[in-house]
Structures are given as C-alpha cells and as structure tokens.
Design a protein around this ligand. Structure first.
Ligand SMILES: [Zn+2]
Length: 372
C-alpha cells in the first residue's frame, strides 16, 4: 500500500501523531511534480524538492498556488490519464474551476468524508433518513461540486426520499429555487416520522424557514436523529447573512432538533477535505490535511489565533494540481477545542477581495434573489 493510501485508511482525528501525513505528502508532491509540468516549474522556481519533506515542520515549505489560478488557467498533465470524475464549481461568468479526479483521488475523497463525519457521530448506515437538499438537482447538474457533495453526504444513512430545492426550469432553461416545492417536501417528509437531513447552502435553509413562518405553520419535532448540514458559506449574501449562533438556534427551534445537530462545513471544489463543525460549532482539521494561516502581504505563516488567508494542503489529490492551495478566505486556527475531539480547529472570518470569484454559493445566491 502507498503512503497516501495508508494515511487515508487511518483515523480522521487520531489522539496521538500517526506519523502518516508527512510521508503521504512527500509521495503526493512527487507525483504532482511528475504529472504536472506547472508544479515541477513551481517547485524549481522556489528551490523546493519533495525529499525536503521529512518532519511536520517542513510541511509549511510546500509551495502553493492561488485558488484564483485554477479559475483562470488550465494545468495540462505531462501525459494523459484516466479521469474517474470531473467536477465544476457552478460560477456562470466564465470563472469556473474544473477539477479532475482519478480513481484513487475519488476514493480518498469519499473515504475521508466518511471518516470525518463518522468520527463526529453523523454516519449511521443502519438507519433510513429523508434528505432535503438546498442545492442543484443533480440530474441536471451532474458535474457540479454540490451534486457530488450531496451524493456523498446522503450516503451516511440509507435514503428514503431525496428532494432538491434548486430545480431546472425547462421553459426558462435555467435553474430556479422552488420554495413551494421545498416547503411541500418538508411537510411530506416530516409526516413520515423518519429522521431528516437538511443539506446545502445556509441562506437557502434560512429562506425556507422564512417561508414556513410566513405561512404561520407550527414548528416541527424531527428529533435528535435529524441534522442540518450546511456548506458553501453565505458568499454574495450580505443582505441575508445572519449571525451563526442565531441561525443555529432558529433552525433547531423550527425543525425541532438539538442545536448541536446544526453543523456547517467548509470545503472547496479544489480541496475536497471536509472541515466540519463539532457539537460546539468549531470546524475541526482532520489528519488528512494541514491548514496554514498566511499574512496577506508577506505570505509568511502566522501563529494560532492570528487572522490571515487560509492555505490548505492535502495529499489525497494526485490528479489535479491543487494539493496546496492559497484560498481567498480569511480565517484563523486554534490548537485545541473544548469538545474533546482531537485536532486543530478553523474559524472562518469572511472572504478577501471586492469582487469574489464566482462559486456555487454566489450563483445560488442570485437564484435566491430571483425567488423573492
Ligand atoms: Zn470541537
């Protein structure tokens, strides 16, 4: 077994250092440089060689590319290879990333999601749940990152009904957030007595809640086996954004589930490791990745608790050159969390720049404006 596969078969939040990350990253960096001429050139320009990766402290030396680079440029491999899956962010204005996953990378993404969510108590394959996805109907948006995420997140239980809120409107030839159909699906699902999992953009969850209230319908009682699992952020939503603590409390009261069961997720199409909130609402960094916080001017790595731009590093990805990526998201890291789960935590503090690259969440926000 390769060093990369050994890491991804190990625990998401080990109590003690497993020693598996650095060898896996070294192997990944080698494979990246041999597959992508752009990465080999980047390493050469910065005087970096994968063999320099010997200890944990060397990880911050790995060169990175800006996430914007992936929206602007293609990075052709030296030799063609088989793609198991291609994923796109849903931006409409030409700024899209198109991520290629080979068989191994795809398997590792799936494995890491299941390990992370499993460690946080959200995988229960012996039970059946309904799924209300506040995202694009995958029959019409198969290659979108959100469709892939939904498929993944709804595989943690057996599935009863799955409803997608953003439907394809054949007459208008466009996607539309269908509030009426979403409210009807929620009523139907609540009546089955099965647990419910709500997935997708938080703004759409808030919008559906608003619609429910406007109709004067009473709160539901879905219980402790039901979850709200949001992701994609509030990007492009300045007017709709509500504080996270209030969102969690209101969503929990509306659906009748514990506030600890409302969890947010951070991830990028370019970086498929999920950073999922624990019961205290802190996003934990699993063993499959490292997060550095960089000063926006000097790009030097900052200490715990200092705000900067997030850089994400993971060895799962051998088929696309974003294994070390500097995001346009502000954040900070902390060494420990009171919840008891091991690992550093990550706090998101917004998005850098005045004209954000269009991602799934921004386009979805436009649909929400249209639905109002
Ligand atoms: Zn925690």
């Amino acid at each position: 077994m390769t060093a990369i596969d050994r890491l991804f078969r190990s625990a998401a939040f080990p109590r003690r250092p497993s020693g598996l990350f650095v060898p896996a990253l070294r192997e990944c960096a080698r494979r990246q440089a041999s597959r992508f001429p752009a990465i080999a050139r980047l390493f050469a320009r910065q005087g970096f060689s994968p063999s320099r990766l010997r200890t944990e402290r060397d990880v911050e030396l790995v060169p990175f590319l800006s996430v914007a680079a992936f929206k602007e440029f293609e990075f052709p491999p030296a030799r063609p290879f088989g793609a198991a899956l291609t994923l796109a962010s849903s931006g409409t204005s030409g700024q899209r990333s198109r991520i290629v996953l080979d068989e191994g990378s795809l398997e590792r993404v799936k494995r890491s999601a299941e390990s992370v969510y499993g460690a946080l108590g959200m995988v229960d394959k012996s039970r059946t749940a309904n799924y209300l996805c506040m995202t694009y109907d995958p029959r019409k948006a198969k290659d979108l990152g959100t469709a892939f995420t939904d498929e993944l997140l709804s595989s943690f239980t057996a599935r009863a009904e799955v409803h997608y809120a953003i439907a394809w409107d054949a007459a208008a030839r466009a996607f539309r957030f269908d509030l009426e159909a979403t409210l009807a699906a929620l009523r139907r699902m609540a009546a089955t007595g099965l647990p419910l999992r709500v997935l997708g953009f938080p703004a759409h969850v808030a919008f559906t809640l608003e619609g429910w209230r406007a109709r004067g319908w009473p709160a539901l009682a879905l219980g402790a086996r039901s979850w709200v699992m949001t992701g994609g952020g509030w990007k492009g939503h300045a007017g709709l954004e509500i504080p996270k603590a209030r969102f969690r409390a209101e969503a929990a009261a509306w659906l009748g589930l514990p506030v600890e069961n409302v969890r947010d997720l951070y991830g990028l199409v370019e970086h498929g490791i999920p950073y999922v909130e624990c019961r205290l609402g802190r996003m934990h960094v699993p063993e499959y990745a490292r997060v550095f916080v960089r000063d926006p001017e000097t790009l030097s790595a900052l200490a715990y608790g200092r705000k900067g731009l997030l850089q994400l590093v993971t060895p799962y990805l051998t088929s696309y050159p974003s294994f070390s990526v500097l995001t346009t998201d502000w954040g900070l890291t902390r060494r420990h969390c009171r919840c008891g789960a091991a690992g550093e935590t990550l706090e998101l503090l917004g998005r850098a720049g005045r004209s954000p690259a269009k991602g799934c969440a921004v386009t979805a926000a436009e649909l929400l404006k249209a639905a109002r």
